[in-house]
Design a protein around this ligand. Sequence first.
Ligand SMILES: Cc1cc2nc3c(=O)[nH]c(=O)nc-3n(C[C@H](O)[C@H](O)[C@H](O)COP(=O)(O)OP(=O)(O)OC[C@H]3O[C@@H](n4cnc5c(N)ncnc54)[C@H](O)[C@@H]3O)c2cc1C
Length: 394
Amino acid sequence: MAKILIAGAGYGGLTCAVELEKAGQPFTLINKHDYHYFTTLLHEPAGGRNKFEEYKVNLHDVLRKESSKLVKGVVTGLSPQENKVLTDKGELSYDYLILALGNAPEYFGIPGMAEHAMLLRSWDTARKIHEHIEHMFRMYRDDRDETRLRIIVGGAGLTGIELCGELAEWMPELMATYHVPAEKVQLINLEAAPTILPMLDEGLRKAAEEVLTKKGVQLRTGTAIVKVNENQVELKTGEVIDARTIIWTGGVRANPLIAAAGFEVDPRGRAKVNEHLQSVDFSNVFVIGDSAWFTGPDGKPLPPTGQAATQMGAVAAHNVLRIMKREPLETFTLNYMGTLASLGAEVGVGNVKGMKTKGVSAALMKEGSKLKYLWQLGGLRLVNKKRGQLSSRR
Ligand SMILES: Cc1cc2nc3c(=O)[nH]c(=O)nc-3n(C[C@H](O)[C@H](O)[C@H](O)COP(=O)(O)OP(=O)(O)OC[C@H]3O[C@@H](n4cnc5c(N)ncnc54)[C@H](O)[C@@H]3O)c2cc1C
């Protein structure tokens, strides 16, 4: 029987595994952790909404057939020339590989960013951000160092803006707990581009700006960070801001293992794939999600999103099955569902299937998309298991 290996159990890899399981096709799945985390929602627990445990699901609760093998391990190298993946648990060989290792941070060469900024990219990093901010408020009680109360979020894309919305809602609770006056707390978003949320139209961007400003977020667009030192950012304007919390959400690139393995990559290190999501270099390797350089019908590379990763995961699974059955391959076309940005628990902005939405309805739709995703992964069983948890505030 053909050996199918999936590397990475994020949105792309796990969807692929679920589809293969539905078809009764055994596979091996390797992932850093024995759980899958909801990356698109990590700003919520980072900013104090709900308990952290609610943002992950054990892989064994999703993939329940014993014919497949789950390996908790780290991929350390790729050898597509030999049909092998190198891992900290030894080599894994395959006939078909689905590469779904997600992304790595893009620092745009800003000196000191990698060394001194925190990232919001995994369940662990979200927890670190949360614990760090709370620790800063606690320490302020002892030393009255006001740089502990200044939080800088670099980047005003979806991740940075959603994080600011959550942090802003958390601040009053922290101020009350640690007896900090509101005027001492600063939450600053720095963005080099002229606007926040570039994927949304101007009306929605303005609405988001209004909401966040009202919640106390200082939005500074057209403000490039040129250097980061320990507890300090330097701006292009020459201004220097001291802050003990610096979080970078400014961009992503593909996992560096891909370029190192000899795949043809774009400037963001993503492997080039054809319309069936096969690597153009190795046709038995499917590359999906943030790792894939897929050019859409408009000739532009598809931006890295959870919805693209999920849809690619399903198509890659179908195509592996089709190759084995000698059937023609499915062509990948993104079914763009829209973009929703939450700005805290009860308000958001976005467009869904071409319809603009803002306020409570956008927040409710975002909430609904969580349930839809759980349904796709594990049907009613998983929805029931997680639903109570996802809707409760901490
Ligand atoms: C806070 C935040 C909010 C977001 N909001 C949205 C949104 O609203 N809508 C949207 O569409 N997108 C959103 N995104 C983007 C979206 O999360 C990503 O595009 C998506 O997760 C990519 O899916 P993927 O399967 O390619 O990778 P991931 O989901 O990142 O999965 C990669 C998996 O591979 C594992 N892995 C990585 N390296 C290794 C290794 N060496 N060995 C073993 N395992 C490894 C990881 O642990 C992970 O399980 C958001 C991202 C963030 C951070």
